[in-house]
Design a protein around this ligand. Structure first.
Ligand code: FAD
Length: 387
């Protein structure tokens, strides 16, 4: 019989959450191996596409705000350790009609946790952010601690720090099966088998391939990102333009200041399609979709030229109520984190920390019943868009 490599913990998938879990396990001194089907960073993950919005004032509900406060600390810790900061705290502006549900729930988070913020009326918005078209019934809520995260940099930084603290990683290695048994979990990979006492599955849009028993509650959807070129790029630099979410005439959009010096990520919600398997995805946006997106974005930000200069399509795992799934399965041998549902990147360090805690102590600081598989099975199946 050939010797099979054994590790205390194996992390499957080193993307957004997996790289953070690997880092958090490594700094606890755990004997951990990460397995990733592609490279240390790559263009196929849910995190690809330059940047993600970061907010502390959670529109998703007040239960998330304490986790985001911790996440912010971890972003700063990671940036300091790595020497480059993925988090750019340029602020995050929620701009929409007074009374809009997202604005209201953002305000509730702010009030409950006394978060630093500014409320801007239309006159103030027009002076401070002349980039936006502002209606007379609009209100702006500026989350001072928000901003953006450079997502590929974040994954690279967490992976680097994990390896620096003694973690192991096998790249270009696909996990094809997980076989829990009495002596731990056998992980069958394209490079041979590995045994582990505990396994973290953070496989993003590919999760249900490894855990098909979750297919009734985890869907895979494709979301897109679009960049437009403004005529006056100097108005869109991070010192003058925040991360934003804009609701206008029933259209939701989000965006990021220019990071490349000539274009601005500004993406209206084009809807999304559910796919059976992420590798069967369509990665195309039609000319019609791009034209519609250009018209919407120019309405919201008149300085943008309506022809997209760049776009991309990415897979994401999604649950019906947009709550993440962070839970143990297979009698506790496997901890799964999935269904970040279009807004999970901002949480990735705190969920990584929670995964490390669940694996090492059986309890995570922000554990919620709502994150369990059982709770998700109670939820009617309605799906939503990123933001
Ligand atoms: C277009 C778009 C816009 C978004 N906007 C925002 C935003 O503004 N703010 C925000 O906070 N969030 C946002 N999100 C959500 C956020 O990006 C995701 O929730 C997050 O990246 C999901 O991370 P993950 O770890 O689940 O998946 P991933 O980051 O995709 O990681 C999964 C990893 O597992 C690997 N893997 C999978 N299967 C295997 C296998 N069998 N063997 C080995 N490796 C495997 C993959 O290669 C990948 O590296 C957005 C998402 C999308 C798609």
């Amino acid at each position: 019989m050939t010797d099979v490599e054994h590790r205390d913990v194996v992390v499957v998938g080193l993307g957004s959450m997996g790289s953070m879990a690997l880092w958090q396990l490594a700094i606890r001194g755990v004997d951990v191996l990460g397995l990733e089907q592609f490279g240390r960073v790559h263009t196929y993950g849910a995190y690809a596409g330059e940047s993600r919005l970061f907010r502390v004032a959670a529109k998703e509900g007040q239960l998330f705000t304490p986790a985001l406060m911790r996440s912010r600390e971890l972003w700063q810790e990671l940036g300091t350790a790595y020497g480059q900061h993925p988090l750019m705290p340029v602020g995050a502006l929620s701009l929409g009609p007074r009374g809009h549900p997202d604005i209201e729930s953002t305000l509730r988070s702010i009030q409950q946790y006394d978060l630093p913020h500014e409320i801007l009326d239309p006159a103030e918005l027009r002076v401070r952010y002349p980039q936006f078209h502002v209606e007379d019934d609009d209100v702006g809520v500026f989350d001072t601690q928000g901003g953006l995260v450079r997502s590929e940099l974040a994954v690279a930084a967490a992976s680097d720090q994990a390896l620096a603290h003694g973690a192991h990683a096998w790249y270009d290695t696909t996990v094809v099966a997980l076989e829990p048994g009495t002596n731990g979990v056998r992980i069958v990979t394209s490079r041979g088998d590995v045994m582990a006492d505990r396994v973290v599955v953070s496989a993003g849009p590919w999760t249900t391939r490894l855990l098909p028993e979750l297919a009734d509650i985890v869907k895979v959807v494709s979301y897109n990102l679009i960049w437009f070129m403004p005529r006056h790029i100097e108005m869109f630099t991070p010192d003058r333009f925040p991360g934003f979410m804009r609701d206008l005439d029933g259209v939701h959009a989000f965006g990021i200041p220019t990071l490349d010096g000539y274009s601005v990520k500004a993406t209206p919600n084009l809807g999304f399609s559910v796919v059976e398997d992420w590798d069967e995805r369509s990665t195309t946006l039609t000319r019609e979709q791009l034209r519609w997106a250009g018209v919407q974005m120019q309405k919201m930000i008149p300085d943008l030229m309506p022809d997209a200069s760049r776009w991309s399509v990415h897979g994401e795992s999604l649950a019906a109520n947009k709550m993440p799934i962070i839970d143990t399965v297979a009698d506790g041998a496997i901890v799964v984190a999935t269904a970040l549902s279009g807004n999970g990147f901002k949480f990735s360090p705190v969920w990584g920390e929670m995964l490390a805690d669940l694996v090492t102590t059986g309890r995570g600081r922000f554990t919620e019943h709502a994150f369990t598989v059982a709770a998700h099975r109670q939820v009617p199946s309605v799906v939503g868009a990123p933001g």
